[in-house]
Design a protein around this ligand. Sequence first.
Ligand code: PEP
Ligand code: MN
Length: 264
Amino acid sequence: MSTVMLTSKEQKQSTVITVHNNHPIGGDITTVIAGPCAVEDRDELISLAKQLKAMGVHILRGGAYKPRTSPYEFQGMREEGLLILQEAGRAAGLPVITEVTDIRDIELVLKYADILQVGSRNMQNFELLKEVGKINRPVLLKRGFAATIEEWLLAAEYILAAGNWQVMLCERGIRTFEKYTRNTFDISAIPAIKYLSHLPVIGDPSHATGRPELVAPVAKAAVAAGADGIMVEVHRQPEDALCDGFQSLLPEQMQTLIVQLQKR
Ligand code: PEP
Ligand code: MN
């Protein structure tokens, strides 16, 4: 490639993204994003959001459009979910992040979300990348579960090339021969991204491990390796969750993790 990549360190030293409530991502703070995999219930989410805010979480997550492996699994509450997420974020004083899976939904999601997430399964949905490149809102781009670091950076390049430089990357594990964990957290991807790119990088130990008992140690490893933040799934009744309950932390486990991160 002859041109200097927009995502590369040759362009700039570091990018700090400012979210709606002025929270900076990519500076000195370790950003903590937490919440359920999917938005499920209004009152429950409002109450959880307040609890997360009180323990020091910076951004509330919750999927309204869920890209599920099986078409018979819960697909998300769609617009109703967006509305609830926004309401919960406002009630708790937290900005919100949610996934957009389709170009046709971008306009709607923009009405409710402070950060748009592009999921692992859509990392190379180039039309979606070009469209989120045209908006003026931060985007979290998850690594495709079978994507190399170069392919991941090129996917981010699509967004920057279309004009949106407010991009953060998220390592969420890649698929390997190992089956004990849901995916394999590529710890070296964190310093590799910091070495190659000015973009902030977030670690997602929930989807990487698929096991709650591994979430805190992997989250701490991500931060130790240079991650600008973590994104963790939290649910009060993991056994009743409509999506990814098996890997969700209880709020008190999340609180313990935050205290441990603050002690570092
Ligand atoms: C999610 O964040 O809930 C999600 C679907 O993640 P991924 O795209 O990494 O699988
Ligand atoms: Mn999930």
